[in-house]
Design a protein around this ligand. Structure first.
Ligand code: NCD
Ligand code: ZN
Length: 345
């Protein structure tokens, strides 16, 4: 098969940032994706309806004229988030979902949640009003090995939330482990997970090939090959609990290539090409559409998009541009370590 048409995909996890970076990266997403859930971890974070509405305006102003793109806004959950504000913001459609960052888990998460018990009343309200909870599922205890933080979060925190509130719609974001695939697969019907193209493409060796590779550093950190294989198996299986959330996370080149380089991989540009390649290599092109365009909208109770996109398999590997310009600086574009023949046309 060297041509496929699929329903236009959605990206259920993006970081657009703001100002010049927002303007530079937004077209990379709006070119191929119809909708996206936008993460609230700006500095300062998006904390309420007003912040979300203003940020949405700035995003809409950055959408290229011919792109038909719809951003879904989130707010950043803190121990001070107000139940009633949340209810109102969800009811009037301003805010789609709530993001839970354990405090200190990742880029710009300092004001996140320290004690999950403190936010249980808010989560109860969310379950009542059917507002989705998006979770960065990692322990933040620095004593815990960085490669175990997701697995232990599932055992100690996620399992507690799911048992207390089985009616709450939860997305465990950017899963990276075999344990996560199993837990989600066996979990209640309101629990699903997003998977990124970089966690499907690379294992943890990629952070250290021939030297330290800051552009392959992200959180949750890349894991062993056995885990990557488990993610591939789930993503390509068509299982409706697993869907695309790219976690495309732009950082300026200098901020990645530094003494303390930040976490995040910018993958929006070639995401669909890379996924088609991976699904093709696993003889699962038939399930690409489920992963990128059906399972996520189904989990969120939304209709699939009506438009389609076409992908072609070229004779020779496609050439990747290596960076996106942001004024005089740049953002390095994610490129996997295998040739990619597929292209969106
Ligand atoms: C994200 C970012 O840069 O905002 N970084 C990352 O490595 N994924 C934050 C996040 O989603 O964890
Ligand atoms: Zn993210």
């Amino acid at each position: 098969m060297d041509q496929i048409d699929i329903i236009k995909p959605d990206d259920w996890h993006v970081h657009f940032r703001d100002s010049d970076i927002l303007k530079a990266v937004l077209p990379e997403t709006s070119r191929h994706f119809a909708r996206a859930i936008v993460m609230p971890n700006l500095i300062p974070p998006i904390l309420n309806e007003n912040d979300a509405l203003q940020y949405k305006k700035r995003i809409e102003n950055a959408i290229p004229k011919n792109d038909d793109f719809n951003p879904f806004m989130t707010i950043y959950l803190t121990e001070k988030t107000k139940k009633n504000e949340l209810k109102y913001a969800h009811k009037n459609g301003a805010v789609f979902a709530v993001k839970l960052y354990p405090a200190g888990a990742t880029t710009n998460s300092a004001s996140g949640v320290k004690d999950i018990k403190k936010i249980m009343p808010i989560l109860e309200t969310m379950a009542e009003i059917k507002m989705p909870l998006l979770i960065h599922g990692e322990m933040t205890d620095q004593q815990i090995d960085i490669f175990d933080r997701e697995k232990i979060f599932i055992e100690k925190k996620l399992d507690f939330i799911c048992k207390e509130l089985p009616e709450l719609k939860i997305t465990l974001e950017h899963i990276t482990t075999k344990e996560a695939t199993t837990y989600i697969n066996e979990g209640n019907k309101n629990l699903a997970a997003s998977i990124t193209p970089h966690h499907l493409s690379l294992n943890r060796n990629a952070i250290f090939v021939g030297g330290i590779r800051p552009h392959n550093y992200c959180l949750p950190i890349l894991k062993r090959e056995t885990h990557r294989k488990a993610l591939i198996d789930m993503a390509t299986s068509g299982n409706s609990k697993f869907f695309l959330g790219t976690d495309t996370a732009p950082h300026l080149k200098g901020d990645k290539e530094s003494e303390c380089g930040c976490a995040g991989i910018f993958n929006a540009t070639y995401c669909m090409s890379i996924l088609a390649e991976i699904f093709d290599q696993n003889n699962s092109l038939d399930n690409l559409e489920s992963f990128t365009s059906l399972n996520g909208s189904n989990h969120y109770g939304l209709k699939p998009n009506s438009k389609k996109i076409r992908l072609l398999k070229r004779k020779y590997p496609i050439t990747f541009i290596d960076r996106i310009k942001v004024k005089k600086q740049s953002i390095i574009v994610f490129k996997p370590d295998f040739p990619v023949f597929w292209e969106v046309v």
